[in-house]
Design a protein around this ligand. Structure first.
Ligand code: ZN
Ligand code: ZN
Length: 423
């Protein structure tokens, strides 16, 4: 199902004259592949959490300097913006983005280059994303004289929950760019596969917390108090009815209560329970409906269980919505690099989150997935302490990013010519 629909999208877009005019970047050579692997392993050894990517940013800046690529540091706190190609103010400009933060996880891969920082691990592949973008930088630098415009390299902090993209946008990181591309390593797909899908591919990722309070009391005397644990239990069960009975069945939604804290002893009726959870939706209407239901059911516990409640909602990332033109460019580039049969679609959106969506609220762009299924022992999902990926993906990713920038610049240049000469 997935493949067929993906290929349908591909077939619609591939047979165009665009790809015939593609100016190509060189394939990464052995030396560059080894350099990317070393960069990835260095970053993997020294992971840093959101907005604390100080050594990571310094390391990236040094790598850029070695390639004679100027960069601006501390953009959006720990981010970096570098530029290759023409700096003329009216030159077409395309941005490429890599995220660079790690996760608060204790690594258990046993890899020789495992994290040396206790409790912090690159378990989402962002170490690979940085290595790929630096690889793409090297490929583009070789073509700098022929670039029909400028390529911005965006090294972004804090993707894992703190929305580092927004700070970089606020500080002008993509002000001059007309299009943006990024890729995420994905172990669910085979090495060499690239997943491109226009439209919505990820979810709104909101969080909520619910506090339930009562007087508390003796475990043997329920008549003297109200019971926050019982109220919490009933509320959690009731919340499952929102997706099942209150939202449109064709509009995906997930409500997960991820934590529950309450109570101090077996013979004490708890005076406080705190729940936290995540709400995932793909449409603003379903999101608003779920939020109303969450509030209504929480409030209902007050009457039902003689408790007081407080509901807090924290808006998260908006969905990633890939622009159709950018997705078409990405599809053509992917097909040119890995071959038509290895370009896959993603007809069902993931209900995961990605703050690349903030960039896409500003300019059109496309986030793709790079297949990196591990053939060895470390076959564990992202965000797991055993996560690892096949490093063969670094060459694919670097080439794709560089080529996507080049192809998009050519398209933008063409569009500008058409406007200039009223073609
Ligand atoms: Zn992640
Ligand atoms: Zn990630």
């Amino acid at each position: 199902m997935q493949c067929r629909m993906g290929q349908a999208w591909y077939a619609q877009t591939y047979n165009t004259p665009w790809n015939l005019r593609m100016n190509t970047v060189p394939k990464p050579n052995e030396q560059l592949i080894i350099r990317m692997r070393d960069i990835r392993r260095h970053l993997h050894r020294h992971p840093e959490l959101a907005f604390a990517e100080f050594a990571t940013a310094r390391f990236i800046a040094e790598q850029l300097k070695k390639m004679d690529i100027p960069c601006r540091e501390q953009v959006g706190r720990t981010g970096i913006v570098a530029g290759i190609g023409s700096s003329a103010p009216d030159a077409p400009c395309v941005a490429l983005r890599a995220d660079m933060d790690a996760l608060p996880i204790t690594e258990r891969t046993g890899l020789p280059f495992a994290s040396e920082t206790p409790g912090v691990m690159h378990a989402c592949g962002h170490d690979g994303h940085v290595a790929m973008l630096l690889g793409a930088a090297a490929l583009l630098k070789e073509k700098e004289g022929e670039l029909p415009g400028r390529v911005l390299l965006i090294f972004q902090p804090a993707e894992e929950g703190d929305g580092g993209a927004q700070g970089m946008i606020d500080e002008g990181a993509i002000d001059t760019a007309s299009m943006i591309f990024a890729g995420h390593i994905d172990r669910l797909y085979e090495l060499g596969e690239i997943v491109v899908q226009p439209g919505l591919i990820s979810a709104f990722t909101d969080e909520f917390s619910i506090e339930i309070r009562g007087p508390g009391g003796h475990g043997a005397k329920p008549q003297e108090t109200s019971d926050c644990i019982v109220a919490a239990g009933q509320l959690i069960t009731s919340l499952q009815g929102i997706v099942a009975r209150e939202t449109h069945p064709c509009s995906p939604a997930v409500i997960t209560v991820g934590t529950i804290h309450g109570g101090t002893a077996a013979n004490v009726i708890a005076s406080e329970v705190v729940l936290t959870g995540t709400l995932r939706t793909t449409s603003p209407e379903t999101r608003a409906a779920c939020l109303d239901s969450l509030k209504r059911m929480t409030l209902a516990m007050e009457q039902l269980h003689r408790v007081t409640t407080a509901f807090t909602f924290v808006a998260g990332y908006p969905p990633v919505i890939n622009d159709p033109v950018a997705a078409r460019i990405a599809t053509e580039v992917a097909a040119a690099i890995v071959g038509q049969d290895k370009v896959k679609g993603q007809p069902l959106p993931s209900l995961g989150g990605e703050d690349f969506s903030f960039f896409l609220q500003r300019i059109p762009g496309c986030l793709v997935r790079f297949g990196a299924k591990h053939t060895k022992l470390h076959d564990a999902p992202a965000h797991s302490p055993r996560f690892d990926f096949d490093e063969g993906v670094l060459a694919t990713g670097a080439r794709f990013l560089a080529q996507a920038a080049l192809h998009a610049l050519a398209r933008l240049e063409e569009r500008r010519d058409r406007a200039r000469y009223k073609m």
